[in-house]
Ligand binder design. Structure first.
Ligand code: CO
Length: 133
């Protein structure tokens, strides 16, 4: 069902500052920056050298879910994204099992991938992103 951890999402107040730290101090390689206006976020993907990336997320406005996350929890890990082969199949399976979903149907995320979020209430407090590339 799962292929691996695609990325770990980190909520940050200032994307440029966070990129600078992750790139220049910590040594991750910047792969790309995307503005996802419909989701209210600007994101940067950084390579860890392996399959799993870091996604830095900055809110675009005060209505952004990331803005709310920063107020409630501060900067830090926001979600874990797992790669799946068949996102519709996984969502159907989860629905059957009563898993609480943020997205009933997949939507298009950064880099054209199909994504869907699973509610932290069903995952012991971790916002889980399913991603199919
Ligand atoms: Co993500």
């Amino acid at each position: 069902m799962f292929i691996g951890v695609d990325h770990v999402g980190v909520a940050v107040k200032n994307l440029n500052e966070a990129i600078s730290i992750y790139q220049n101090v910590l040594g991750f390689r910047l792969e790309g920056i995307h503005v996802l206006s419909e989701r209210g976020v600007k994101v940067a993907f950084l390579s860890s050298g392996g399959e799993t990336k870091i996604e830095l997320l900055e809110p675009l406005g005060s209505n952004s879910p990331i803005a709310k996350f920063l107020i409630n929890r501060g900067e830090g890990i926001h979600h874990i994204a797992v790669k799946v082969k068949d996102i519709d199949g996984v969502l159907e399976d989860f629905k059957r099992k009563g898993v609480i979903l943020v997205d009933e149907k997949p939507r298009i995320g950064a880099e054209g991938a199909k994504i869907a979020f699973v509610h932290p209430k069903s995952t012991k407090g971790v916002l889980l992103e399913l991603i199919m590339k």
